[in-house]
Design a protein. Sequence first.
Length: 127
Amino acid sequence: MFGLTFAVLLTIGVLLMVVVLLQAGKGGGLAAMGGANASTDSVLGGRQAATLLTKLSWWFGGSFLVLALVLSIMSSRGTAPTSVLQDEFQNGAAAPTPVLPGAVAPAEDGAAPTEPPAQDGDDPGGP
């Protein structure tokens, strides 16, 4: 159902672009609204005859908005919110043990623990 609705939304979006681009320019726009030329007709826009392309653009625009709202509701109800870190803690990955100076290194793969190398002045076998 989600995929079909999304395909219809994409189709309506493409049709809306085509219908808007096919319409003739009105010759006004933002450039005609400023300055001393601003009259009531240019600010509010005069009433013009509704052509087929104008009606189609309104219908396609409205249906695009409705389908986008429906898709956003459908996508939010599909899953419950979960924590991003939940999987990390459930895997049981142990934190690495800190290596302290003079401490015995932990054994890996069942091997015997290794002693750290002796430093100058810490030689236990010395005189």
